[in-house]
Design a protein around this ligand. Sequence first.
Ligand code: F6R
Length: 250
Amino acid sequence: MRIYREADYGAMSRRAAGLIAAEVVRKPACVLGLATGGTPVGTYEELIAGCRRGDFSFREVHTVNLDEYKSLAPDHPQSYRYYMQTHLFDHIDIDPANTHIPDGLADDARAECARYDALTESIGFADLQLLGLGRNGHIGFNEPGDCFRKETHVVDLTQSTIDANARFFAHAGEVPRQALTMGMGCIMAARRVLLIASGEEKAEAIYQAVCGPVTPQCPASILQLHRDVVIVGDAAALEKLVKAGVPVCG
Ligand code: F6R
């Protein structure tokens, strides 16, 4: 596990974008696993700028997103499809047919989950999987629980996640209560995992993920079992790790 400590959100975003860009340059037809939420917005802005400069191209890249709210249409402003279009896909030269996100409107959500796992496997899993981190340690929408779920599945969002995501909606009552999320199988099958975190509200979750026991009570702790994990955090998010003496770059 390599941990980069950056001064602030902007530096974290530049470092993360640099690592993703390096993957795209190394392997132009790579598969990128992508995340949504507040944390990756700056990373996506950096990638858009690099693509516009002509530093690299997404023409041959495939993407698989981690999750989607159940029952939100793709054109709903809070759906993760809409987020990806507006924060990244509409501004880069990616082929829309190569971008994949679970269908939150599928009549048969379980069949949609099985389709998504098969699709992710058929494109060879992610070369690089970008992850944000929930304050409760979730990755994707794999919420704390009694076991790690391997397959893509429908999940009941915890109150902590609903509260955290309420900032994107008019009020907490509008936050969907369920989501479709990639399970740990596809996340752990990625060749490299890039976890990004910003702000002191992530410090405890990052600390537990890296230094705590591997337990489904902190879903991100499973990453301790992955052979190639890079964490990029700002100083506030990594403060507890640094205080504990965990070696970091920067
Ligand atoms: C989103 C996702 C979530 C978020 C996490 C952190 O696709 O998978 O795990 O990464 O909830 O969200 P932010 O970045 O908004 O703090």
